[in-house]
Design a protein around this ligand. Structure first.
Ligand SMILES: [Zn+2]
Length: 82
């Protein structure tokens, strides 16, 4: 379950900064991911709701898990090498 927007209560999508990989672009086109571009703010939010509200959720692990699930659903293959 993704976190809800503290302002409007809508379900959040993981907010990704930097140059997106193709799978991230596809996920963003479906609204399952939000792209923050290359702007690096001092206080970096990590979730965005469909109404463009952004906020920071301290649970980085949940963000990463959610982000990876969305990317994999769009064909991303995580590296399994160690
Ligand atoms: Zn909102």
């Amino acid at each position: 379950m993704s976190p809800c927007c503290p302002r409007c209560g809508a379900a959040g999508a993981p907010l990704l900064f930097g140059l997106p990989i193709p799978q991230a672009r596809a996920a963003a086109a479906n609204g399952q991911l939000a792209l923050g571009g290359c702007l690096v703010a001092e206080e970096r939010p990590n979730w965005q709701c469909p109404h463009q509200h952004r906020w920071l959720d301290p649970d980085e692990e949940a963000w990463e898990t959610w982000l990876m699930a969305v990317l994999v659903a769009h064909g991303y293959e995580p590296a399994e090498h160690d």
